[in-house]
Design a protein around this ligand. Structure first.
Ligand SMILES: [Fe+2]
Ligand SMILES: [Fe+2]
Length: 157
């Protein structure tokens, strides 16, 4: 599924949450909103004076990687509890792993970009929008059908 055309992230436009990203699973929506906020922090910094310098993003990138991992674990656990088919869960989880790998690979190459902030932000925002609208909305429909009670989102991360 390719929704690149509707991404609002060309030329570093702000990433904004909207109801169309809602899965209807409250804990997932809360976590996705948080991910949007952290990615938009990357965007805000990318638009700032030191936005070209990859090293300026170290702390925020660490925080994002931690929170993304927390969220992926939570989401995958929910899918397992709801009894979603194993093959489907494996493919979804691999998408999560690939994102973390790609983040790390971009980070390693941060000095190669003319505008590191833009490269990082665009990758993150495009991936997040695409993943939530595609994979997450799709599997959330099955989660809602299974009606598994969801524990509250953990905001500690
Ligand atoms: Fe996901
Ligand atoms: Fe998700």
């Amino acid at each position: 599924m390719n929704r690149l055309a509707e991404h609002p992230t060309s030329r570093l436009e702000p990433l904004k949450w909207s109801t169309r990203y809602e899965t209807g699973v409250p804990a997932l929506d809360a976590q996705h909103r948080r991910l949007f906020e952290i990615v938009e922090e990357v965007g805000a910094r990318a638009r700032g004076a030191d936005g070209r310098q990859g090293d300026a993003f170290e702390a925020i990138f660490d925080r994002l990687a931690d929170y993304a991992q927390f969220h992926f674990d939570y989401e995958e656990e929910l899918q397992a509890e709801a009894g979603l088919p194993e093959g489907e869960r494996r493919v979804h989880a691999e998408t999560h792993r690939a994102f973390i790998r790609e983040m790390q690979s971009l980070w390693v190459r941060r000095a190669d970009f003319e505008h590191a902030g833009e490269a990082l932000y665009r990758f993150l925002a495009v991936w997040l929008i695409d993943h939530v609208l595609g994979d997450d909305l799709g599997s959330a429909e099955e989660l809602r059908r299974a009606a598994v009670p969801t524990p509250p989102a953990d905001d500690a991360a």
